[in-house]
Design a protein around this ligand. Structure first.
Ligand SMILES: CC(C)(COP(=O)(O)OP(=O)(O)OC[C@H]1O[C@@H](n2cnc3c(N)ncnc32)[C@H](O)[C@@H]1OP(=O)(O)O)[C@@H](O)C(=O)NCCC(=O)NCCS
Length: 416
């Protein structure tokens, strides 16, 4: 049976829709954002990239995209940062999200700026059906505070000085972030507006915590790392039991990173330190004296949707030489569907249509999951979602999997 046409219209949102967008967002997310947050967040919207679904004149569904740049293995490329996805509670489960996602994927492809889209999901179950694969993960952990939180053999660097700087002075640390973004897959680059947002300290979002602080780790030559954090005072029967909440820790080298952690893990009057977005390969997981008591929990982070297989796969580099025919299925973006020959390595790659026999068959979701180099195709094959073609070499999975993986492992620095 042919799909029923949607009873709802869809169009690009304009500044005149701002109030309706905020109202929808508050209702969908069960929130009431204060004016200072609303103003800053709305200012990040880019003209022409927000789309709304309407029931008559009423805005009932919303999605937007930011024109980001993101690290992929060996390169920094454009990516559509999908955000502000929501459907009014009175209109949910009628296919409005599907209408939004289908429209947006086609629009991004037609626009031609980006070969991939990326997003954070409020719930992991939502976006796989639209071809988004889980591409980065991170740890959260809560470390009991103390002078011995780090092992004695964790690196020390006597040339590193720690200095508290005004948290809003994002320019002091921007170069550290930008350098990491240029060199690590998964990190979205920040222009001035996004650097400002990273340093934002809205009073209404403090939730009883202190103002945002920023500590830098520097030597005589330059700033090598920084951490943004806040603290919450707490007393248990007169005993200090404050909590440190680390928003962001970014460093150019392991020794500066260790000095930042050593500082954060031993602040007076605190009893525990929560770090919510630890890269999966962060050495701190080895440095903490008692990793079990830090109770690390692995989270899904960024999801990747490939919109143009040929361009996306040619844009990145591969850890070892690879020559493989990928059989891709993509029901929402049929231009991706079919067989693609990927020939690549550490210096470059091409990906072109072919009639040759398929070596590895997978959906665009699995390709997105593997794209940033953090999810193993061999591991995905164990799930049953990647399969080896009958005529393929016996070691094809191992070889292609090794080519796609990257070091350091991809990391996504912030939620947008
Ligand atoms: C999540 C949300 C956008 C879904 O919108 P919706 O219009 O109800 O979604 P649709 O009716 O188009 O559903 C599409 C499919 O996703 C499924 N789905 C959507 N949201 C789901 C959820 N939260 N949990 C489980 N399944 C979900 C539907 O069952 C449907 O499945 P199908 O394709 O097998 O039929 C909406 O419920 C919402 O705004 N939630 C609160 C805000 C939020 O979480 N936004 C996402 C931010 S990343």
């Amino acid at each position: 049976m042919p799909a029923q046409p949607s009873p709802y219209s869809i169009r690009v949102l304009t500044e005149d829709d701002s109030a309706a967008m905020m109202d929808l967002d508050d209702n969908a997310f069960g929130n009431t954002l204060e004016a200072d947050v609303v103003q800053s967040e709305l200012a990040l919207h880019e003209p022409g990239r927000g789309i709304g679904v309407f029931d008559g004149a009423l805005l009932v569904g919303l999605a937007t995209a930011f024109s980001f740049q993101i690290g992929v293995p060996g390169a920094v490329v454009p990516a559509a940062g999908v955000s502000w996805v929501g459907v009014l509670p009175t209109h949910r489960r009628r296919g409005i999200l599907r209408q939004l996602m289908t429209h947006q994927l086609h629009e991004i492809h037609d626009r031609g700026r980006e070969a991939i889209a990326v997003l954070y999901a409020s719930e992991p179950v939502i976006y796989g059906r639209f071809g988004y694969g889980l591409a980065t993960s991170s740890w959260s952990m809560t470390v009991p505070r103390g002078p011995h939180a780090l092992r004695p053999d964790a690196p020390r660097d006597s040339s590193v000085r720690l200095r508290l700087v005004p948290a809003e002075d994002w320019k002091l640390v921007a170069e550290v972030y930008d350098t990491v973004a240029r060199n690590r897959a998964g990190v979205v680059t920040r222009d001035e507006r996004w650097h400002q947002r990273a340093a934002s300290d809205w009073t209404s979002m403090r939730n009883g915590r202190s103002a945002l602080r920023c500590v830098v780790a520097e030597d005589d030559n330059s700033v090598r790392g920084y951490a943004r954090y806040s603290t919450k005072q707490n007393w248990n029967n007169g005993v200090a039991a404050g909590v440190v909440d680390v928003r962001e820790i970014v460093a150019l080298d392991a020794r500066a990173r260790a000095e930042l952690y050593r500082y954060l893990f031993d602040l007076d009057l605190m009893s525990s330190v929560t770090v919510w977005n630890v890269p999966v390969d962060d050495p701190v997981l080895h440095w903490v004296t008692n990793p079990r008591s830090a109770a690390p929990l692995r989270h899904d982070s960024m999801y990747v949707r490939i919109l143009d297989v040929s361009r996306a796969l040619s844009d990145r580099r591969y850890a070892v030489p690879v020559d493989v025919v990928l059989g891709v299925t993509d029901t929402l973006c049929p231009w991706n569907d079919g067989a693609w020959r990927l020939v690549g390595g550490p210096d470059g790659a091409t990906c072109t249509r072919t009639d040759d026999e398929v070596d590895l068959a997978l959906s665009v979701r699995e390709l997105g999951a593997a794209h940033l180099g953090g999810t193993s195709l061999a591991e995905l094959a164990e799930t049953g979602w990647v399969s080896v073609g009958p005529g393929a070499r016996s070691d094809v999975l191992e070889r292609v999997s090794a080519a796609f993986l990257t070091n350091p492992r991809p990391w996504s620095a912030f939620i947008f």
